[in-house]
Design a protein around this ligand. Structure first.
Ligand SMILES: [Zn+2]
Length: 327
């Protein structure tokens, strides 16, 4: 249900209006940071457009119980396609791999390929099976490079009747302008901390201390999950003690790419904590905190430059000495 999507009233009201009027632009671009409900909104929109219950559609809603709603929920509706790295990995493996092979293949994916885009554009031209709308969703649309993006262009420009493309991105600025200009943009806002807390409690009960994770999550579920892992890493390594810097650094993953992601999340949590302390401070301690925040910007940049993540984390934590930062 659209009502499960918290904190995106403006975007949801717009989509509901399109459902009620049964008039939809040929291509929509859902923009906004990761982990704020864009993909869920695209699927709920697909459900509402195809719902078999006339009165639900008149209210711009999906009933959630008809055969069409249930098929979309399960990912088996013939007229609704969700393209992402999982879809692409299945295409590469031609659907005959076991779970482990699939996981490995998904982990390799970095860009949506021209083959994947051709697969979905071919689907866009086939006749719809049901009486509703054909919905083609492309998640991580910014990962389409030149050839893939160009393969999509003319299809989003003039889709067949009752066909809608939904491109989802957290990085609109990096997308080809020819693609962006052909889509109707729909902005999704960062979530309020209270909404992130509630969503964590409902959907991710394993996250310890959801309120604190949400506090450090930067208005996103994905951000809150990363923050929860970072807080765990900091605390299990004895953050704030004399041996903390070395122990937290030693707790990072041995896989370089994972260690970089973990280190980035640790730095993000610490920057939030530093910033809060800086806002409340005055005089000399404010100047010291400002100086440390500046250093942290450099640490964050260094991680992008392939310097050892463990070395950066150890140095960063040592630079907090005497500032009495609490998490
Ligand atoms: Zn329904």
């Amino acid at each position: 249900m659209f009502s499960d999507i918290l904190g995106q009233d403006k975007a949801v009201h717009y989509l509901q209006k399109l459902v009620r009027e049964d008039r939809v632009p040929g291509a929509l671009l859902f923009c906004g940071q990761e982990g704020i409900g864009k993909r869920k909104a695209a699927l709920e929109f697909a459900k509402a457009l195809n719902c078999e219950d006339y009165f639900s559609r008149q209210n711009g809603e999906a009933c959630g119980t008809c055969a069409s709603c249930q098929a979309i929920e399960k990912g088996t509706h013939p007229d609704v396609t969700l393209v992402d790295f999982v879809y692409q990995a299945r295409l590469v493996l031609k659907n005959n791999a076991d779970e482990e092979d699939l996981e490995k293949e998904i982990a390799k994916q970095q860009h949506l390929s021209v083959d994947t885009i051709r697969d979905v554009t071919a689907k866009s031209q086939q006749k719809a099976v049901g009486p509703g709308w054909k919905v083609l969703i492309i998640d991580q649309a910014q990962t389409m490079q030149g050839a893939a993006a160009n393969a999509l262009l003319k299809f989003i420009e003039e889709p067949p009747a009752k066909t809608v493309w939904i491109l989802i991105t957290s990085k609109r600025a990096t997308m080809l302008s020819t693609i962006v200009s052909r889509c109707q943009p729909l902005l999704f806002a960062p979530l309020q901390t209270a909404h992130v807390t509630k969503l964590l409690q409902t959907h991710l009960p394993d996250v310890a201390d959801p309120e604190r994770a949400a506090h450090y999550g930067g208005g996103s579920i994905t951000g809150a999950q990363k923050a929860a892992e970072a807080l765990e890493l900091l605390e299990s390594g004895g953050f704030g003690t004399i041996t903390g810097p070395a122990q937290v650094a030693a707790g990072l993953s041995r896989t370089a790419a994972t260690a970089r992601r973990e280190a980035q999340a640790v730095l993000d949590v610490l920057v939030t904590a530093l910033h809060e302390k800086w806002t409340a401070a005055d005089g000399q301690s404010r100047a010291m905190l400002q100086d440390t925040l500046q250093k942290f910007e450099n640490y964050k940049r260094s991680i992008g430059r392939n310097v050892s993540a463990a070395l950066i984390i150890e140095t960063a934590l040592m630079s907090l000495d005497g500032l009495n930062i609490k998490l």
